[in-house]
Design a protein around this ligand. Structure first.
Ligand code: PLP
Length: 360
């Protein structure tokens, strides 16, 4: 049996699905698409994702840290890259030397970004990074003479269509842009994330910054033709039969009500299976969804298979697109009270091997 058929812990990343999603977003936005590949491509692998996104029509890349941007350059990627969040006093010289464009939210960051093309960030109400409106005019004035490529911002509630904060932020964005024009700058504008592209194409301006939807996870309530890119799979390591009355895993939290077959699967919370899903997790195994019984451990889980025939080496799908009936990242997120962003990003782990489908 080949290793590929019986993986221990594997994230399969479908680059054809990713290209499909990028093309859909580009079609909807009708402007330049920045593929956001921060956090190692939301757990999918920044470099392969960046390449596939560029093949599908994205023309920019977005990373959070300057180091992530430099890593893309080291991989030979030449497309424009924007990085936007730094530690206080961080040395940005490597990123500047690598031609990375930098988000600038303050006078301190303007100094640190000296020599780089810059994107001035106005805080329009998210109140995280970004320049407060009260300091904007001073920042814009100080930025004259720098290579100001853009004025940009980020929305707080684009994933809640109709939320009044979106229009309020759009108005503040327009005001900030007018200040830049009045200072003689002629910057591009960008404010839209995935949810904005899908619900407010009027806010696409010159570029959209898409992350989650590119990975096939839909951030808005309406139906969209997005294809989830990641499938998390493992395989059965051992099969055993236990009699009624025996308990399973640490603490014996589950007791067999009758004789059952158990399948041991060698993935646990160290591989991104949240322990908080203990007692609520199902996997796809041998043609059915089946419950994981007992606690999720660091390295293993146990699947209850009734009287069905399962064998070592059988494929186990923990989450995927859902086409075959397997659980989805969204279902994990819903059971945990979180968002699917966190589920896939959590797969950024040394013990989880990545396998790419559709690489060119
Ligand atoms: C992460 C991020 C994005 C992408 O957001 P999605 O909701 O994943 O599309 C866009 N802009 C900024 C500033 C971000 O931090």
């Amino acid at each position: 049996m080949s290793d590929q058929n019986a993986p221990r812990a594997e994230a399969v990343v479908d680059l054809d699905a990713l290209r499909h999603n990028v093309a859909l977003l580009a079609e909807r936005a009708q402007v330049a698409v920045m593929a956001v590949v921060k956090a190692d491509g939301y757990g999918h692998g920044a470099v392969p994702v960046a390449r596939a996104a560029l093949e599908a029509g994205a023309t920019w890349l977005g990373s959070c840290s300057a180091a992530e941007a430099v890593d893309l350059r080291k991989a030979g990627i030449e497309a424009p890259i924007l990085a936007w969040l730094y530690a206080a006093g961080e040395d940005l010289s490597d990123a500047i030397a690598a031609g990375v464009e930098l988000g600038v939210s303050s006078l301190d960051e303007l100094r640190a970004a000296e020599g780089a093309p810059i994107h001035l960030k106005i805080d329009t109400g998210l109140n995280r990074n970004g320049c407060p409106e009260s300091e904007w005019a001073a920042l814009v004035k100080a930025a004259k003479g720098h290579n100001v490529r853009a004025v940009w911002s980020h929305l707080a509630s684009a994933d809640e269509p109709g939320d009044p904060s979106v229009d309020r932020q759009a108005e503040r964005f327009e005001r900030a842009y007018q200040v830049a024009l009045a200072e003689g700058l002629n910057p591009m504008r960008h404010i839209a994330n995935s949810a904005t592209v899908l619900t407010r194409p009027d806010l696409a301006f010159d570029m959209v910054r898409t992350g989650i939807a590119m990975y096939g996870l839909n951030p808005v309530p309406q139906q969209e033709d997005l294809r989830p890119v990641m499938t998390f799979r493992s395989s059965v390591a051992q099969v055993k039969r236990i009699p009624a009355g025996e308990s399973v895993s640490y603490g014996g939290t589950w007791t067999a009500p009758r004789d059952v077959t158990l399948a041991l699967v060698p993935v646990g919370y160290a591989d991104g299976v949240p322990r908080g899903l203990s007692g609520r997790l199902e996997v796809w195994l041998a043609g059915n969804r089946r419950p994981v019984v007992g606690r999720v451990c660091m390295d293993q889980i146990v699947v209850e298979c009734g009287d069905d025939h399962v064998s070592p080496g059988d494929e186990v799908i923990l989450f995927g697109p859902g086409d075959r009936g397997e659980p989805t990242a969204r279902q994990w997120a819903d059971s945990l009270g979180t968002i699917d962003y966190e589920i896939v990003t959590n797969m950024y782990r040394p013990r989880v091997r990545r396998r790419y489908l559709g690489a060119r």
